[in-house]
Design a protein around this ligand. Structure first.
Ligand SMILES: Cc1ncc(COP(=O)(O)O)c(C=O)c1O
Length: 397
C-alpha cells in the first residue's frame, strides 16, 4: 500500500455495527464489564479508547512500525520518552537548533534532577562522536530543525550512537512520515508534535511517540497510562480526519515553500534564506538522500533592525502572526520573541539564532498570493527606510 492510500485506508475499516465509513468518536470514559475484570479490551479511557487506538494504528503504519502512543501534546510525548530513558547522572545529546520547548523541558525539568544535557552541533558528526560517553542514554535529533531547518544525518548519527549502546530519538514533526522515514534510517524512537502537519488544520494539540522494538516502546506506553497525558477521543478523530490529506497537503506546502525560498533568495533585504531545497543549503545533499521532499517550512533573516523585523512579521495579509506551524493557513513567527523566547538571549546568540530570523509556515494557499504578500512586506520596509531618511535629511537641513 502506498503512502497516500495508507493515510485513508490503513487501520480504518468501516464501522462494523452500522457500516459508517468514518470511524465514530467513542466519547466515553469507561466500559461495561461482563464480570469483574472481564472487559472487551477497554476498561477506562486513560488506559485505552477505541478512537485513540485507531489513530495510534494509523500513525504506526505511516511510520512503518507496530507501536505508537498518542499524547495530549508533543511535549507530553517528549516527556514520556525522556522520563522513560533518563535517570540522574545520565547524559542526553541535543542539537544546537533544537525546538525551544525541548530545550526548556531538558534544562528546567530534567537537568535539575541530575540529567546532563549536552547541546552540540549535531550536523557535525565528529562533534557527535566526541560528545558521546558511556553515560549517554539518548541522542535526540530533529531534522529539519526548528527554526533554521538544518539537516541532521539520521543514518550516520544512528550508526555512531548505536556503536555506543545509546538510543536515537528523531523528532519528525517538520518532515512528517510523508517526506522522511526515520526508522528506515536507524532511529529507535520517533516523536511528533501531531499538532502540526499530521493534524494539519491548527485546531488540536497532540503528540505521539513511536518505536520499532516492543521493548523500547514498553516504558513509554506504560507512562502514557501511568502519567495520563492522553488526548480526547474528539482530538484523535480530528487528527485522523486531517491525516487523510497529509500527502496532498505536504505536496502543496512544499510547492509553496519552494516558491517562497526562490523569491526571497538573493533579495537585497534578505540576509539569508534557510530552506533545505536550496542547493546552497548546507544540508541539501543529505536532505536529498534521506527525504523524499524538502518540507514545507522556510526561515529567513531580514537584513534590517529588530523594529523592521517586528513590523514585517506583524503586518502580512496572508501570514497570520502566531506560534505553531503546519496548518492549511499560513503562519509567520519571530522565534526570538515567540517559539524560542524560553532560550536566554545570550544562549540564542551562541546558538546562532539571530533576532532577525523570521520563520514561515506557508499553508495551502496559492503560491503567488503568498510570495506577493512577502515581497510587498519587503517593499514596505524599503519605503519606510526611504521616508525616514528623507525626514532625517529635512530636519538636519
Ligand atoms: C519540532 C517540534 N517538536 C515538538 C513540539 C512540541 O509540540 P506541542 O506544541 O504539540 O507540545 C513542537 C512545537 O512547536 C515542535 O515544533
Amino acid at each position: 500500500m502506498k503512502f497516500a492510500t495508507k493515510t485513508i485506508h490503513a487501520g480504518q475499516p468501516s464501522e462494523p455495527e452500522t457500516g459508517a465509513i468514518v470511524a465514530p468518536i467513542f466519547q466515553t470514559s469507561t466500559y461495561e464489564q461482563e464480570a469483574p475484570g472481564h472487559d472487551k479490551g477497554f476498561s477506562y479511557s486513560r488506559t485505552n479508547n477505541p478512537t485513540r487506538q485507531r489513530l495510534e494504528g494509523v500513525l504506526a503504519e505511516l511510520e512503518g512500525v507496530a507501536h505508537a502512543a498518542v499524547f495530549a501534546s508533543g511535549l507530553a510525548a517528549e516527556n514520556a520518552v525522556l522520563q522513560a530513558y533518563l535517570r540522574p547522572g545520565d547524559e542526553v545529546i541535543i542539537p544546537l537548533d533544537v525546538y525551544g520547548g525541548t530545550y526548556r523541558i531538558l534544562n528546567k525539568v530534567f537537568q535539575p534532577i541530575g540529567v546532563v544535557v549536552k547541546q552540540i552541533d549535531t550536523c557535525d558528526l565528529k562533534a557527535v562522536e566526541a560528545a558521546i560517553t558511556k553515560k549517554t542514554k539518548l541522542v535526540w535529533i530533529e531534522s529539519p530543525t526548528n527554526p533554521r531547518l538544518l539537516i541532521n544525518d539520521i543514518a550516520a548519527i544512528s550508526k555512531i550512537t548505536h556503536a555506543h549502546g545509546a538510543l536515537v530519538v528523531v523528532d519528525n514533526t517538520f518532515a512528517t512520515p510523508c517526506f522522511q522515514q526515520p526508522f528506515e534510517l536507524g532511529a529507535d524512537i520517533v516523536v511528533h508534535s501531531v499538532t502540526k502537519y499530521l493534524a494539519g488544520h491548527s485546531d488540536t494539540i497532540q503528540g505521539a511517540a513511536l518505536a520499532k522494538d516492543p521493548a523500547v516502546f514498553e516504558p513509554v506506553k506504560f507512562l502514557q497510562n501511568a502519567t495520563g497525558a492522553v488526548p480526547s477521543p474528539f482530538d484523535c478523530w480530528l487528527t485522523m480526519r486531517g491525516l487523510k490529506t497529509l500527502e496532498l497537503r505536504m505536496q502543496r506546502h512544499e510547492e509553496n515553500a519552494t516558491a517562497i525560498a526562490n523569491a526571497l533568495n538573493g533579495h537585497a533585504l534578505v540576509r539569508r534564506v534557510y530552506f533545505p531545497g536550496l542547493a546552497s543549503h548546507p544540508g541539501h545533499d543529505i536532505a536529498r538522500r534521506q527525504m523524499t521532499g524538502f518540507g514545507g517550512m522556510v526561515s529567513f533573516e531580514l537584513n534590517g533592525t529588530i523594529d523592521e523585523v517586528v513590523a514585517f512579521a506583524s503586518s502580512r495579509r496572508y501570514f497570520t502572526l502566531g506560534e505553531s506551524l503546519g496548518g492549511v493557513k499560513a503562519l509567520i513567527c519571530h522565534p526570538a520573541t515567540m517559539t524560542h523566547a524560553s532560550i536566554p538571549p545570550e544562549t540564542r546568540a551562541e546558538l546562532g539564532l539571530s533576532d532577525s530570523l523570521i520563520r514561515l509556515s506557508p499553508g495551502c494557499e496559492n503560491a503567488e498570493d503568498l510570495v506577493e504578500d512577502l515581497l510587498e512586506g519587503l517593499a514596505e520596509v524599503a519605503s519606510a527606510r526611504a521616508s525616514q531618511k528623507k525626514t532625517v535629511g529635512a530636519s538636519t537641513r
